[in-house]
Design a binder for this molecule. Structure first.
Ligand code: 13P
Ligand code: SF4
Length: 349
């Protein structure tokens, strides 16, 4: 099944259940979480139902860095990661003794797909003088080849740190985030050329037009977006930083350039404010143009329930790969803990 067909089928299945059945399913999932000694950790881009369930059941909703931190610190025997595959793998890298389940193992990421381990290893081997920094949105095998793993919440800070130490960086896989970090830090960075299919769709000119329509609005942009979109931003930052900006900035209206799943938490953080989705290149709600990650959308109450019943979608990482990947992941956590992670970029209050 291709991705578009798979996502459409997931969406249709989840819409066709009645409210009554939905409530019963929620009850069953809650009971299963208890029975399995499991905790639900969800990303901001997942369905609002899943985010609400994670909150209600003592789980957690956050960005990829904090999901890793929460899962690592939690005592549950099973971590259920609602997000995309690299998030499940990061949980497993950190917690080999725990069972890590996902609603579906089909949920990948275009950045992960766009950086195959063999080609990436050859690229690193061709540039032995560079420190290898990879974004968390990569496979365990790619992390195993890296010196550092980062998420968008610490990428800029790490680049500045490495630059101050006189190190040259080989960055993968997101070219827009890499380009943004290179511009902001002035570090010497060689970039792998993959991109996020969701953020790649935002358009700078259309965003400039929308700003003219809403001159009172602040523009919040995730740095996986193209440079022309970032140029229109009042604030650039990770998902958590964007939510925090919506809460603390004085503006009453925001234009948001990231996956629309984030609006659940943004509205919770700033209930008295208005949010407008930034324009994308597509016409109509295709997976590529709807500002919603097709793989995040594969996480539904139905797939979650089924994973808990069958235990089938368990993340496994080959042990020697896990041990090698653990080092740069632990470095990331130690670095993130060494100071409060800063809100990145332009015009931060
Ligand atoms: P965060 O690290 O900000 O959660 O982003 C992950 C992601 O996949 C963004 O598209
Ligand atoms: Fe990957 Fe983009 Fe989806 Fe994030 S939104 S998981 S970067 S494809």
């Amino acid at each position: 099944m291709d991705t578009t067909t798979a996502v459409t089928s997931y969406r249709l299945q989840s819409r066709s259940v009645s409210e009554f059945e939905r409530a019963r399913r929620l009850q069953r999932i809650k009971a299963l979480l208890k029975k399995e000694d499991a905790v639900l950790v969800a990303h901001y881009y997942t369905d609002a139902d899943l985010q609400a369930l994670a909150e209600e059941t003592g789980g957690y909703v956050s960005d990829s860095l904090d999901m890793a931190r929460f899962g690592h610190a939690h005592k549950a025997r099973t971590l259920v990661v609602a997000g995309v595959r690299f998030m499940g793998e990061t949980a497993k890298i950190l917690n080999p003794e725990k069972r890590v389940l996902m609603p579906t193992l089909e949920a990948t990421c275009s950045l992960d797909e766009g950086c195959p381990a063999d080609a990436f290893t050859a690229f690193c081997d061709a540039h032995p003088d560079r420190t290898v920094v990879v974004y968390a949105n990569t496979s365990a095998a790619v992390k195993a080849r890296a010196d550092w793993v980062v998420t968008s919440s610490i990428a800029l800070r790490l680049a500045r740190y490495l630059k101050d130490r006189g190190e040259k960086i080989l960055w993968a896989p997101d070219r827009h985030l890499g380009d943004y970090v290179r511009r902001e830090s002035g570090a010497d960075m060689l970039l792998w050329q993959a991109s996020c299919i969701v953020h790649d769709e935002f358009r700078g000119q259309a965003l400039a037009d929308l700003k003219r329509q809403y001159p009172d609005a602040d523009v919040l942009v995730h740095p996986e977006s193209p440079a022309g979109v970032i140029a229109e931003a009042d604030m650039v930052g990770s998902t958590t930083a964007m939510i925090e900006a919506a809460r603390v900035r004085p503006a009453k209206r925001f234009i948001v350039a990231t996956d629309s799943g984030i609006l659940y938490k943004m509205r919770q953080a700033a209930p008295d404010k208005d949010f407008i989705e930034a324009p994308t290149g597509g016409h109509g709600a295709t997976c590529k143009s709807c500002a919603h990650c097709p793989w995040m959308a594969m996480n539904t109450l139905a797939t979650l329930e089924s994973a808990l019943i069958t235990g089938a979608h368990e993340i496994r990482v080959e042990e020697s790969t896990r041990v090698r990947a653990l080092k740069p992941v632990e470095r990331m956590l130690a670095f993130a803990a060494s100071e409060h992670t800063e809100v990145l970029g332009l015009g931060n209050a």
